[in-house]
Design a protein around this ligand. Structure first.
Ligand code: SF4
Length: 293
């Protein structure tokens, strides 16, 4: 087995393990390259059909192409697609930069609070109706007890402290010092009632692994990752008011792989274009302890 085969095998093993151990399992899909690779792996793990609902937290500040791509793929791959949002904060304009709160407060409302209340079922969730192509209020309000997330350890500091199966308390809070050991690929999957578990099948992947895998598998990716002719492209995708592109003329997956191999970005954090990370001291740790992805 080569390096990518080993990564793929381990991730598929974790996905199947999660599916067999958790009754109400969901998978977060941010529409970025990592969670799209995760979705691809889930299709492989379950022979083309993904038996796990895909959950997207819609801040309503995502670049329009991202949402169009989400719905196009959801229909094409027959995904059980759900989204949640913080309707109240959006209506009251508790947002940034066109509202009345700071970036971190906006992230807390539109991402962390929306995620927590989408996962626990307290706020309305919207499910894609494949017959009409429209979203409808989901009648199922059961809480997700496990959620699969495409975070990678090398992405930024706090993510390197994650486990493959990482417990959160009932408020979605993360106690970094109190995590189960995971020696020799043995995972703890039984937790006390009320525990919400985040599952991280991509923890060992690097940015280059992700792009080499996209290349090998020919995975469809949002075109925002590629230079459209202005010498810039997004290295990491997020909300348009807070995400900046990098200088790059890579127009294809092959060119991105070559660019990464040159080490051009070796000393620049992958999420350096995300303004909210900088406001959290650069590490995202405080935001993530309180439930942020
Ligand atoms: S990334 Fe920016 S627009 Fe998006 S939720 Fe955070 S502060 Fe708001």
């Amino acid at each position: 087995m080569n390096h990518l085969d080993k990564l793929e095998n381990k991730s598929i093993h974790i996905l199947r393990e999660a599916y067999s151990e958790f009754k109400n399992l969901g998978m977060l899909w941010s529409i970025g390259k990592d969670s799209t690779v995760l979705l691809w792996l889930a299709r492989k793990a379950f022979f083309g059909h993904v038996p796990i609902p895909l959950v997207h937290v819609d801040t309503h500040y995502k670049i329009a192409e991202m949402i169009e791509y989400r719905d196009r793929l959801a229909l094409k791959w027959k995904l059980d697609m759900i989204y949640g949002e913080n309707k109240e904060a959006l209506e009251k304009k508790e947002t940034f930069p066109d509202g009345n709160v700071t970036r971190l407060q906006c992230c807390k409302r539109l991402k962390t609070d929306a995620l927590t209340n989408t996962l626990n079922g307290k706020w309305p969730r919207y499910r894609l109706n494949h017959d009409t192509g429209k979203y409808e209020v989901d009648k199922n309000t059961e809480a997700f007890t496990g959620i699969i997330v495409g975070v990678r350890a090398d992405e930024e500091g706090s993510r390197s402290k994650e486990r493959y199966f990482s417990p959160r308390d009932k408020n979605n809070d993360w106690d970094i010092a109190e995590q189960p050991p995971e020696f020799w690929n043995q995972y703890k999957t039984d937790f006390a009632p009320g525990t919400h578990v985040r599952i991280h099948p991509l923890l060992d992947w690097t940015e280059l692994d992700i792009w080499e895998y996209i290349q090998r598998e020919n995975i469809p990716i949002v075109s925002l990752y590629f230079d459209q002719g202005n010498g810039k492209r997004y290295r990491s995708l997020g909300c348009w008011p807070c995400t900046n592109p990098v200088e790059s003329t890579s127009k294809t997956v092959e060119e991105i792989v070559e660019e990464l191999k040159t080490g051009k970005f070796a000393n620049i954090a992958e999420r350096a274009g995300r303004a909210q990370d900088k406001e959290d001291g650069g590490g995202l740790e405080e935001l993530r302890k309180n439930g942020y992805m």
